[in-house]
Every structure is written in C-alpha cells, then in structure tokens.
Design a protein around this ligand. Structure first.
Ligand SMILES: Cc1cc2nc3c(=O)[nH]c(=O)nc-3n(C[C@H](O)[C@H](O)[C@H](O)COP(=O)(O)OP(=O)(O)OC[C@H]3O[C@@H](n4cnc5c(N)ncnc54)[C@H](O)[C@@H]3O)c2cc1C
Length: 461
C-alpha cells in the first residue's frame, strides 16, 4: 500500500508548534454563573477531553467566601469542586453537587518584599501572568497549558519542567480551606501545619480552597529553543544537559525515531515578534490519519523531522511557558525517581514499539524538584514525569494497560489529574505520608461529604 497524500504546503513552523504542544487547550464545559436553573434539563458536566461526564443533582457558583460556605453547608453530597475541568481522571464527577470556583477569581494581595501573591482559587493560570507582571512578579514555573484554575492545579500537584523547580503545590505558602461544615481554616508552614501539608495536594477531598498564596520571583523573560533530533540523541541531551538549563523537556515519537527537545532559560534579551496562534488542523490531520490507517503511523511520525524547523523565541515567562492545545487527547502520567527516569522512558518507548500499539502522540518527559506536600508525586523525592497520550477518537485503554505496569516497576506515583488505576492499597506503598493524609481527611470530613466514587477508591478503597 502506498502512503497517503502528504498534507499540502507543509508549514514547518506551524507543525512544530502543533506537534510540540501536543494539542490545544479549549477548556472543558465551562460552568458559568447562572447556568443552572431549576427548570433546566438535567445538569451535565464534562471534562476537556470529553472522557469524563457527570450529571450532578446540583451545581453552585459562589462568588464570595460567604456564598461558598453557604453552598457547602446546603449541598447534597458528594460535593466536588471544579476549576478548569482540565483533569482526565474522574476527580470532578459526582451525582451530588459540583461547586464551580469560576466566579471566585482575581488577585487579592501581593507582597513586593517576599515576592508572594494571593489569588482567589478559581483564578485561571493564564490570568496570573499579566496580573503578576503588573506588580513586578512572575510564577516560578508553569505547566504546558495555562487554562487550569490555581485551586485545581494545586489540588493535583500540576507541574512544568525544571530540575530545580517545584510543582505549583510546592510553591504554595498559605491556603484557605473551607471544610465540610462550611468553616474556613487558614494554614501555612507556621499555622495548622498538618492541614497545610495535606491540603497542598488533596485532589478536592479535604474541602474547597478559596484562596492561595504563591511564592513567586521577579518578573522575567525566557528564551525558548526547539530542536528536532533522533530519539537516542534527545535522551542523551536530557541526561547531559538537565543541570545546564532552567527548563528542558523532550517529546519522543515511538515510531518515527524522532524527538523534539525544548530548552528554556532566563534572558534579558528583547522579546521576539509574537507568532500568531496556530490552529491545529495539521496535528488533527496527522493523528486522524494514523488512527484510520495505522500502517501510516511510522511514516507520519517520520515527517516530524521534515516539517519541523529549529525555532527560537524570547518573551515574558508566562507567554513562553504555556502553549495552546486544541486537539483533544486522554493522558496517563506517572512520576518515577528522577535518577531512573530515562531508563523508564526507554522501557515505555520500546514496549510500545514492540506491541505495535497505534499511537501518534509523543511521550513527554520532564523533571521536577522535590517538595514536602504529603500527596505530591514529588513528595521528598525529585521526579521524572513520563506522560503517555492517546488521541481522543481512539480507545486509550490498550495503550495505558500496556504501560502502567512499567511505571509501577519503577515505584511510579500517578498524576492525580490523569488516568490511572491505583487504589488506596497501592498508593500507600508509594506515598510514605499516605496514612497521615487519611488521618487529616477523617478529622476534617468524618462523613466523607467530599468523597465522590473515585476519591473513595483513592482514600478508602
Ligand atoms: C491539555 C492539557 C494539558 C495539561 N498539561 C499539564 C502539564 O503540563 N502538567 C501537569 O502537571 N498537568 C497537566 N495537565 C493536567 C491538569 O493540569 C490538572 O489535571 C489540573 O488539575 C487541572 O486543573 P483544573 O483547574 O482544570 O482542575 P479540575 O480538573 O477542575 O479539578 C481537578 C481537581 O482539583 C479539585 N479542585 C479544583 N478546584 C479546587 C478548589 N478550589 N479547592 C479544592 N479542590 C479543587 C477538583 O475537585 C479535582 O479533584 C494538563 C491537562 C490538559 C487537559
């Protein structure tokens, strides 16, 4: 059989942005104030990828802390908070009440000396960039996208890449948590320390965060360089250069033998012209072609090297760190001890190749520094995170079933917002402070009002 027709007029820069960014962020079903009416058809919620759906009995959209307390007190359990709906796992789905933090957003205060800033928990990460720049600050790091809410990003230990940089949770200095009876608890390293350690990554299961204070730094610019190479060269670069760059990550295409290496470092150079936002037609075309004609997958993946030209840009940190992602996919991610990361990546890659699983999206590999949050995948251990993605029109189960046991072999800890099959029994083995978390959870919510079926598997199962 011959290969399908190539995409017309391949635009190298456009393909780079698309493939490198793995799809674009459009947001799940946004829950807007006023959407829920008594005479409405059944309430429906779904996440960004469309892989999770729920029909809650009620939804609430508090726009103040008083309204949040009232909403919690009067809610039908199980109660779940929702931020940006950008998690792949069933962390939000509930037959009870979904409480959206969308209307609780914006900066509350900032401290120029300590370089910290307090935001309402529903603030989307994208909104923090300009707000912080206006007061001379910048987030220390960001994830691939910036449509998460701060409350959601913190609750799942969302992270970017950088061997010396922590996840969002690791940069929290203060939290305000509304608990099952509607009362608020302020916590920090000096106040309610156990609750602080538990609540910085609680997967929505201790209560609802109304505001968070983040440790930031002076506003800064980043230079990003993107290079295409062979897989082995990319892995060698990751090993040799991980201490040389503030941020370095690789995307490995299992079948094309190609990889993308992305490096970012602080610079005072002038910003480069803003490149207009890319659409995702080409990535969608490639993923869909590989889905419909699996025998073309290696051919399409090899084209990555033909389409992509090396690129470089300079901009404000918040413009460079996050990329748009609009082609939907489902994702599994585990974090293994940093020193075994590349070995694990190699095994995942070769296992997918041997099994001949039809997947177009690349594996993503990143480093994150250790923190002291009890349920962070980086808890007391610097981590290497490996993400496996499957196009949303394809069944992700064969791929994820194949690779998940490999992650377990390396003592992997799952990303709470991404798909995995672990329950309390397995989680206890990889999180040394798991039972401390369960104790705090029982004390704060003895009746399990915040436990949806998924959280029950995680924390009771
Ligand atoms: C395209 C895409 C790219 C991604 N890239 C990355 C990445 O680079 N790095 C990474 O680590 N992750 C990444 N993720 C995963 C994502 O960052 C996390 O799943 C994150 O939790 C999503 O934030 P959210 O606001 O959408 O939270 P939601 O999905 O709405 O909620 C997540 C959890 O947080 C809880 N929650 C939300 N708000 C609150 C609150 N105020 N108080 C208490 N609990 C709350 C919810 O109950 C739920 O348990 C990506 C996801 C997508 C779809």
């Amino acid at each position: 059989m011959s290969a399908p027709e190539e995409p017309s007029s391949p635009d190298r820069r456009r393909f780079l942005a698309l493939a490198g960014s793995l799809g674009v962020a459009a947001g799940g079903s946004l829950l807007l104030p006023g959407q829920a009416r008594a005479d409405s058809p059944p309430l429906e919620w779904q996440n960004w990828s469309g892989g999770q759906k729920a029909r809650p009995a009620n939804m609430a959209y508090p726009d103040s802390e008083e309204a949040l307390a009232t909403a919690i007190r009067s809610a039908t359990a199980p109660i779940r908070a929702v931020g940006g709906s950008h998690s792949f796992s069933p962390v939000v789905s509930t037959p009870g009440t979904i409480i959206s933090l969308e209307a609780l957003n914006g900066m509350v205060a900032h401290d120029p000396k300590a370089q910290t800033a307090t935001f309402r928990a529903g603030t989307r990460v994208a909104a923090t960039g300009p707000a912080l720049k206006a007061v001379g600050q910048g987030l220390l790091n960001e994830a691939d996208i910036n449509l998460q809410s701060l409350g959601g990003a913190i609750s799942t230990s969302t992270h970017g890449t950088g061997r010396l940089l922590k996840s969002y949770s690791g940069n929290v200095t203060h939290l305000r948590l509304f608990t099952a009876d509607g009362s608020a608890i302020d916590c920090s390293a000096d106040t309610n320390r156990d609750i602080f350690d538990a609540a910085r990554v609680a997967v929505g299961s201790l209560g609802i965060l109304s505001q968070v204070t983040l440790q930031n730094r002076t506003a800064y610019r980043l230079r990003e360089t993107v290079r295409v190479s062979d897989v082995q060269a990319a892995m060698a670069a990751m090993e040799a250069e991980r201490d040389r760059h503030r941020h370095i990550e690789i995307f490995v295409f299992p079948f094309g033998g190609k990889a993308i290496v992305k490096r970012m470092n602080i610079t005072t150079d002038a910003p480069t012209p803003v490149v207009p936002a890319d659409d995702n037609e080409l990535l969608d075309f490639a993923a869909d072609t590989a889905r419909k004609y699996p025998w073309t997958n290696a051919w399409v993946q090899r084209l990555v090297g033909m389409f992509i030209s090396d690129s470089e840009r300079v901009g404000d940190s918040f413009d460079v760190l996050a990329s748009p992602r609009t082609v939907a996919f489902n994702e599994m991610e585990y974090t293994v001890p940093a020193e075994r990361g590349l070995e694990c990546l190699e095994e995942v890659n070769s296992t997918i190749r041997r099994a001949g699983i039809n997947v177009f999206f690349p594996l993503e590999f990143r480093y994150t520094a250790a923190d002291d949050c009890w349920l962070s995948p980086f808890s007391e251990r610097p981590g290497a995170s490996i993400s496996v993605h499957q196009y949303h029109k394809q069944d992700y189960r064969p791929l994820f079933r194949l690779v998940e046991p490999i992650f377990w072999k390396y003592q992997g800890r799952p990303h709470w917002g991404k798909l995995h099959t672990l329950t309390a029994k397995n989680l206890r083995a990889v999180y040394p402070r798991f039972d401390d978390f369960l104790r705090v959870r029982r004390e704060l919510d003895p009746q399990g009002r915040f436990l949806n079926p998924h959280a029950r598997q995680l924390f009771l199962g």
